[in-house]
Ligand binder design. Structure first.
Ligand code: GLU
Length: 463
């Protein structure tokens, strides 16, 4: 059985790179009828953050990524790591190292001066003497002195590292807590993880982890190191490129299905297809289709996908999706407005803005208003008012054709837009009228008339 896991360190916001890793692990396990585990790697007590952990859980919930069993917290498994460290100490595969920070720094400084790569000199590897006092030792692994370590990576291919490249690295800090490489290996092994899919920034950890699997006598899982997500100029993705925390996407009005679809295509493909629902992915996702080249983050594609998924929503689900944005829309207004909003808006936030622009009292565009401070505008508005007053507000199309037949030869649409929406653009004006209703539409027309008349210094009530 395939067992994968997502193992975030809760030290900061979950970003889309991390989420993509989670998604690949999730989809692979689910598509193969395996298990997907969630493990919080919180052994770096100084950098742990409760907010970060909660952000991860919220993101999982928002995207509907379910995991098997309960969440494992490494902070609750310290005794287990200690046991495994002891096992290595007992078998002399690991040892206590008493080198102080200062001594290590001096050593590194000297190596740097000699043009060597700074590294620990194995001083305590076979130490049998009396340990120095008042130094709480770290634990180091006895790494092999020769030979090579081969990573049979399922994306990168075979990667060989000379053993001499790896020094006796620390596996437990002086307070006894394990280092990431150690706890991750112990957990992956004891949790039966068969496939490790993670960012290729971890590739340099993998030889160390392979040595640990071997030292502990555990089978080595399959590794998939996925290329990073970069910006459109091929550089590492940064906040400036729009890479936000996962929940920022929710706040910016993206739908979870759009973000999932977007992320899965960052590094995975299936023919030329772009649209993938989660249901489809759960059937077809396979690690063999993960790309070897880095993928570029393209914000306009995310918007395009979001638009696609917004369009697919029923009126009721859109109303529900807009609720968290403080917008509660009556079903009959939704029916009038949603087709026009869906056409124009790519995010829920844009929908909210368009909706409020229609429903809130208009704030007149200064230039457009100034252009219409003239008697002609007053006449057109008066005429429009009269015609609209005589018409039934049944639906936008009937209203528009009845109005247009009567108003000729004047074309007062820009003025009506100014009256109702305060500006030139926006949704089709008769759709806005239907949403506002007859009374409010007429009231807004009368109000613009009064405002223009006041500027012209005429009394429009007598006209
Ligand atoms: N805690 C590590 C991280 O967040 C996990 C890496 C791994 O998947 O092994 O980067």
């Amino acid at each position: 059985m395939i067992i994968t896991r997502f193992a975030p360190s809760p030290t900061g916001n979950l970003h889309i790179g991390g989420l993509r890793t989670a998604l690949f692990n999730y989809l692979y396990a689910r598509a193969k009828g395996g298990k997907f585990l969630l493990r919080i790697e919180d052994t770096d007590f100084a950098r742990n953050s409760v907010d970060a952990k909660e952000g991860i859980l919220r993101a999982f919930e928002w995207l509907g990524l379910d995991y098997d069993g309960t969440i494992e917290y490494q902070s609750k498994r310290l005794a287990l790591y200690k046991q495994q460290i002891q096992k290595l100490l007992d078998s002399k595969a690991a040892y206590y190292c008493y080198m102080s920070k200062d001594e290590l720094e001096t050593l590194r400084e000297e190596q740097r001066k000699r043009g060597e790569t700074p590294r620990y000199n194995r001083k305590y590897r076979d130490f049998e003497g009396v340990p120095p006092e008042r130094i709480a030792p770290v634990v180091r692994l006895k790494a092999p002195l020769s030979g090579e370590i081969v990573i049979d990576d399922k994306i990168k291919g075979k990667v060989s590292i000379q053993a001499t490249e790896i020094d006796d690295f620390i596996i437990a800090r002086s307070d006894g807590t394990p280092i990431y490489n150690f706890s991750a290996v112990v957990d992956d092994a004891l949790m039966g993880v068969t496939d490790v899919i993670r960012g290729d920034d971890h590739l340099s950890n993998t030889p160390k982890q392979i040595l640990l699997y071997q030292a502990l006598g555990f089978p080595v899982p399959r590794f998939f190191h996925i290329p990073m997500i970069c910006n459109e100029s091929g550089k590492k993705l940064s906040k400036r490129d729009g890479a936000m925390g996962v929940m920022d996407y929710a706040q910016a009005g993206y739908l979870p299905e759009a973000l999932l679809n977007f992320l899965v295509r960052l590094g995975w493909s299936c023919g030329d297809e772009e649209i993938f629902s989660k249901q489809t992915l759960l059937q077809i996702f396979d690690v063999k289709d993960i790309n070897t080249a880095p993928s570029a983050y393209n914000p306009s594609k995310l918007l395009w996908l979001n638009h696609h998924y917004l369009n697919a929503q029923s009126n009721d689900s859109l109303r529900a999706l807009l609720e968290p944005f403080g917008i509660s829309i009556e079903p009959q207004i939704a029916e009038i407005l949603f087709p026009a909003l869906k056409e124009r808006c790519k995010t829920l936030v844009e929908m909210k803005e368009h909706y409020l622009e229609i429903m809130n009292p208009p704030v007149y565009d200064k230039k457009l208003f100034a252009k219409n401070v003239q008697q002609g505008a007053l006449d057109v508005l008066a005429q429009s008012f009269e015609i609209l007053q005589s018409l039934a507000f049944d639906d936008a199309q009937t209203l528009e054709s009845a109005f247009t037949q009567n108003i000729a030869p004047n074309k007062p649409f820009l003025l009506l837009r100014l009256a109702l929406l305060g500006k030139g653009g926006g949704v089709p004006i008769f759709v806005a009228m239907m949403a506002l209703g007859k009374d409010e539409s007429l009231r807004r027309i009368a109000e613009l008339r009064s405002a223009i008349a006041a500027d012209l210094g005429v009394d429009c009530s007598t006209q």
